[in-house]
Design a protein around this ligand. Structure first.
Ligand code: SF4
Length: 68
């Protein structure tokens, strides 16, 4: 669990796919926000599912951006 999602609030349209997929990590009101941690695979899947590519991911161990 080293992946950290970052929400681009200017891009997020708040329709909630990320929260449906990983509710422990994403909460969506008007915009998504990160509320916890979760399996790297699910965080990556949520980023792929986001229709507007508002989720980027950084590996907290290496500091590298892993998505997009
Ligand atoms: S899936 Fe993307 S657009 Fe939808 S709420 Fe999450 S971050 Fe926002």
């Amino acid at each position: 669990m080293s992946y950290i999602p970052i929400i681009d609030e200017a891009s997020c349209i708040g329709q909630g796919d990320c929260m449906e997929l990983v509710p422990a990590v994403f909460q969506v009101d008007d915009c998504a926000r990160v509320i916890g941690t979760g399996p790297d695979e699910l965080i990556l899947a949520a980023a792929h599912e986001c229709p507007v590519e508002a989720i980027s991911i950084v590996d907290s161990e290496t500091g590298e951006q892993v998505y997009p």
